[in-house]
Design a protein around this ligand. Sequence first.
Ligand code: NAD
Length: 309
Amino acid sequence: MYKIGVAGSGAMGGRIGLSIKEAGYDVTLIDNWEEHVNYININGAEVQTESKKYSIKIPAVLTENVSDKFDLIIILTKAMTSEMMLQQLQDKNCISEDTAILSMMNGLGHEERLSKYVPLSQIYLAVTMWTAGLRGPGQWLLEGKGSIDLQRADGKKDKCTEFILNILNEAGLNARISNDVFKSIWSKATLNSVLNPLCTILDKTIYEFGTYIEAKNMIIPLVKEIVTVAKAKNIFLDSEELLDKIESAYPKEAQGLHYPSMHQDLNNGRLTEIDYLNGQITAYGKKLNIPTPLNTMITHLIHQLEMKI
Ligand code: NAD
């Protein structure tokens, strides 16, 4: 049977892995969090949705104990641990030359890091608008609806892309094949590079941030830096469209009442994905000789806050 491993089975890994398991596939949750793995193996994965609470029997395994070879590995660690995860899976012979690696992580540059371990032709990139939360080890809060856009990292079409698409859609995950996944990745990363760090630094909800009369003037130059770096990498973003998307998150009935995930990570004493958002923009800017003072400053500010952890 086609074997699927979800490498990094926290909030989002669980959302995707459990949906695919419910569609009848052979799915294993792989994670380094022992309490979480034990809880799932003893109690099942507990899911709370808007309307019901239930549990799903699904195998979970610590990365150090994994022994299967997988046909598809979905990477949903936080960005900073993806390379370590892939290295561990490679050391355990879980990856063959036919294994598809699907990254759904937020942030930029995953194809560059993951291709140190497997060829680009085995890597698939996805952007997801699904969200997920954990209420505790082995306990998920899965609300709302979402979608997934995916494409092979080298832009080529293949049967495997369609195969993955079918699995995701059988699982009700509302997936489609993209012709320009990098544009979607950079668009989402722009939103995340604006709202995540600014709400975190200011300790504000998205709504509170948006009520500042000069909010637009604050974010325009930041978006401009990102759009300029993207353009130099042949990714063409529309600043106005991005600003509209950011502002559409402000209302309370949109995402306004939430603190972005970066704020939640810091408050829970965890490191953030800043180096894969604003930090990655700065790194690309340096390589391309494009000044990115705002993204650089924001990266430093978040790293300063991380020092309190
Ligand atoms: P997560 O923090 O829930 O899980 C990431 C890893 O951290 C997992 O290995 C998990 O087991 C471990 N972990 C989580 N809580 C822990 C705890 N209390 N103690 C020890 N270990 C713990 O991260 P996520 O939200 O699933 O994000 C994974 C990727 O997906 C990221 O790149 C993120 O940006 C992206 N993403 C997340 C969402 C979302 O709504 N959660 C939406 C879209 C994209």
